[in-house]
Ligand binder design. Structure first.
Ligand SMILES: Nc1nc2c(ncn2[C@@H]2O[C@H](COP(=O)(O)OP(=O)(O)OP(=O)(O)O)[C@@H](O)[C@H]2O)c(=O)[nH]1
Ligand SMILES: [Mg+2]
Length: 243
């Protein structure tokens, strides 16, 4: 096992959205029977064939870092989570399709992980402003996953899908909507499986096959530029306008 190259992918989102259920499905190909709250972070591994079916095909380990979504009131939680954000190669943002707030909070989760959340309070919840430009310049590939699709009534599905399409545009990320309690949503050959594979290929590509593979350093440089050189150019709008 130790001989394979690996990448680190964070799995982020509010508590209860289904991150652990998703990771279990991705790594064990099984439904997680009775999940309990994740305390701190748990890591599972998925084996991925990069550029499958081509001459460049190669097997990698994808480490999925499932970070407990509990925000709580303690400001120390944020600095505790910061330990998990080193050397990140990709981020899966998870939201619960039945819970709009969990979608809005993804802006804060991503900014926290990408080191651009300058909130002095130390907690994720602050105002709803975000800077779309930051995602345009983001060097870390993102994937948006909406869970609990099974709990959306048929009559509400198109409305929900329109909302998630806006979200995926904001993050410049592909989106997958699924039911983590049903493995068929990620079955081989489905469009979801193709999107997932494309995302992992992209993460590996950036980490191993681009000239500067250091996401942490890039993240810092962009942050510096945003704050020092272009503070007036950033356009902000409230995500609430989407909902
Ligand atoms: N019906 C349905 N239930 C789901 C789905 N995904 C997750 N759940 C349920 O939602 C609850 C929370 O799931 P978890 O996977 O523990 O959520 P989490 O994001 O890991 O939560 P924290 O560890 O607290 O951050 C569990 O009861 C899951 O069985 C889904 O797609 N459909
Ligand atoms: Mg969990």
């Amino acid at each position: 096992m130790a001989s394979l190259d690996r990448v680190k992918v964070l799995v982020l989102g509010d508590s209860g959205v289904g991150k652990s259920s998703l990771v279990h499905l991705l790594c064990q190909n099984q439904v997680l029977g009775n999940p309990s709250w994740t305390v701190g972070c748990s890591v599972d591994v998925r084996i991925h064939d990069y550029k499958e079916g081509t001459p460049e095909e190669k097997t990698f380990y994808i480490e999925l870092w499932d970070v407990g979504g509990s925000v709580g009131s303690a400001s120390s939680l944020k600095s505790t989570r910061a330990v998990f954000y080193n050397s990140v190669n990709g981020i899966i943002l998870v939201h619960d399709l039945t819970n709009k707030k969990s979608s809005q909070n993804l802006y804060r989760w991503s900014l926290e992980a990408l080191n651009r959340d300058s909130s002095p309070t130390g907690v994720i919840v602050s105002n709803g402003d975000y800077d779309r430009e930051q995602f345009a310049e983001n060097p870390v590939p993102l994937l948006l996953i909406g869970t609990k699709f099974d709990q959306i009534p048929e009559s509400k599905r198109s409305e929900v899908l329109t909302r998630t399409a806006f979200l995926s545009e904001d993050f410049i990320a592909e989106e997958i909507n699924l039911d983590c309690t049903n493995p068929r949503y990620l079955a081989a050959g489905t469009s979801n499986a193709v999107k997932l594979s494309r995302f992992f290929d992209k993460v590996i590509e950036k980490r191993y096959f681009t000239r500067d593979p250091s996401p942490v350093r890039l993240s810092f440089i962009y942050c510096f530029e945003d704050e020092i050189n272009f503070p007036k150019l950033n356009k902000c709008r409230k995500p609430s306008s989407l909902f």
